[in-house]
Design a protein around this ligand. Structure first.
Ligand SMILES: Nc1ncnc2c1ncn2[C@@H]1O[C@H](COP(=O)(O)OP(=O)(O)OP(=O)(O)O)[C@@H](O)[C@H]1O
Ligand SMILES: [Mg+2]
Length: 218
C-alpha cells in the first residue's frame, strides 16, 4: 500500500452565523495516498471549499481529525491573483516562501525560483514580470510554481480551471498531470466538471449538503 499523505477522519465543520453555530460538513472521512489525486465534486454550497479550508487549517471550528503525513499542503484558486501579490514581481513572489523559511542565499533563492518557472514551462523572463503582465494561463502556472516552492507534495485546487478558456484549461491539466507523474504531486481537486476530474483523478468524492454521498473510482 502506498504511503499516506493525508487522512481526514469524521470531520464536522461549522461556521458562526450570528449566535448560531451552523454545521456545513458532517462526518467526512477519506484518505489520500502517495501519487493519488482525489476529485471533489458536488453542487454549489455542498461544502467543497469548506473541506479545503479545513485541510489547510484555515477553518478552526471543526471536530474530527485531520492528519498530515507530509509538509503543509498548498492551495491554488480559481483566480490566481489571490495568491500573487500585485505589487511584487513573479520572482520575488516565488522566493518569498524561501525567505520565510530562511537559510537560502540570494543566489540560491533565485536559482530555485528559476528552476520552478522551468518546471511549470514559463520562460525565464517571467521572473521579472508583475502578475498583471501575465496571461490567465501564465498566472495559473505561476501560482502552481508558488505552491511547489515550499516543497509540498499535496496541492489543493479549488476550481483552478474555471476562469480559463478551454485550450488553456487543457494545457494546465497537462501540467498538473506531468507534475503528478514526475514529481509525485498529489491533488485534492475541486471541480464541477467530471470530465476534467476524470483526466486527473482516480477517485472522486461527491459531497451533498456537507456529507459524503459517494466515494467512487472514476
Ligand atoms: N464564511 C462563511 N460563513 C458562513 N457560512 C459559510 C461561509 N462560507 C461558506 N458558508 C456556507 O457553507 C456551505 C458550504 O459552502 P462552500 O463554500 O464550502 O461550498 P462549495 O461546495 O465550495 O460551493 P461552490 O461550488 O459554490 O464553490 C454553504 O451553505 C455556504 O453558504
Ligand atoms: Mg467553493
Amino acid at each position: 500500500m502506498a504511503e499516506k499523505i493525508l487522512e481526514v477522519k469524521h470531520l464536522n465543520a461549522f461556521y458562526r452565523e450570528g449566535r448560531q453555530r451552523k454545521q456545513v460538513l458532517e462526518d467526512v472521512s477519506f484518505t489520500l495516498h502517495e501519487g493519488e489525486a482525489v476529485g471533489l465534486a458536488g453542487q454549489s454550497g455542498s461544502g467543497k471549499t469548506t473541506l479545503c479550508k479545513c485541510v489547510l487549517g484555515l477553518l478552526k471550528d471543526y471536530e474530527g481529525e485531520i492528519v498530515h503525513y507530509t509538509k503543509r499542503p498548498q492551495m491554488i484558486f480559481q483566480d490566481p491573483f489571490r495568491s500573487l501579490n500585485p505589487r511584487k514581481t513573479i520572482g520575488w513572489i516565488l522566493e518569498e516562501p524561501l525567505r520565510i523559511q530562511g537559510g537560502y542565499s540570494k543566489d540560491e533563492r533565485r536559482r530555485k525560483a528559476e528552476e520552478m518557472l522551468k518546471q511549470v514551462h514559463l520562460l525565464p523572463e517571467i521572473y521579472a514580470r508583475y502578475p498583471r503582465e501575465l496571461s490567465g494561463g501564465q498566472r495559473q502556472r505561476a501560482s502552481i510554481a508558488l505552491s511547489l516552492m515550499t516543497g509540498t507534495r499535496l496541492i489543493l485546487a479549488d476550481e483552478p480551471l474555471s476562469a480559463l478558456d478551454v485550450t488553456v484549461q487543457a494545457q494546465i491539466i497537462e501540467l498538473l498531470r506531468e507534475l503528478q507523474e514526475k514529481e509525485k504531486i498529489c491533488y485534492l481537486f475541486v471541480s464541477h466538471d467530471l470530465d476534467v476530474v476524470s483526466m486527473l483523478c482516480s477517485r472522486v468524492l461527491f459531497l451533498k449538503d456537507g456529507e459524503v454521498k459517494e466515494y467512487a473510482d472514476i
